[in-house]
Design a protein around this ligand. Structure first.
Ligand code: FES
Ligand code: FES
Length: 166
């Protein structure tokens, strides 16, 4: 089949796609977007997390035939050109990246959380990232990074009432 769908705001096409191959394979091997990682390929680790119509999903569990005409957002779409997104910067600044294999999925999951909830509690952060496994960091730095990103987003958006009145 010819697969046509939107990736990071751009219409993309791929030819000779088998309907059953994974969205993760299409992104990495056909479209040259290697940010989403292939660690378990069975929905267990979250390293392949992307947005599918605005909702985080494991790209390894989504069949290519299911994404026809839909919108996919990958970790490559978070930055604005050369400027890292606040979540990406926070992961760097908090030292939340070691081997980096889990990082793309965590970035998408954290971005989704902060978009929905600008001041998440620690319990909410843990719950939102529960599907993303890290084998290196012990999670404390990741928690620090998400708190930092939420703080920075709130400050720059100036959307919190206490900031608006300041
Ligand atoms: S590679 Fe998709 S969940 Fe692990
Ligand atoms: S930084 Fe290595 S798996 Fe998370």
């Amino acid at each position: 089949m010819r697969l046509t769908f939107t990736v990071n705001g751009r219409q993309r096409e791929a030819d000779d796609v088998w309907e059953g191959e994974s969205l993760l394979y299409v992104l990495r091997e056909r479209l040259g977007l290697p940010g989403s990682k292939n660690a378990c390929e069975q929905g267990e680790c979250g390293s392949c997390t992307v947005y599918l119509d605005g909702v985080p999903a494991c790209a390894c569990l989504v069949a290519a035939g299911q994404v026809s005409g839909r919108e996919v957002g990958t970790v490559e779409g978070l930055a604005n050109g050369d400027k890292l997104d606040a979540v990406q910067e926070a992961f760097v600044d908090a030292g939340a990246v070691q081997c980096g294999f889990c990082t793309p999925g965590l970035l998408v999951a954290a971005d989704d959380l902060i978009n929905r909830n600008s001041e998440p509690s620690d319990a909410e952060i843990r719950e939102s990232l529960a599907g993303n496994l890290c084998r290196c960091t012990g999670y404390e730095k990741i928690m620090d990074a998400v708190r930092l990103a939420a703080d920075r987003r709130s400050s720059s958006d100036n959307t919190r009432p206490d900031k608006a009145d300041a």
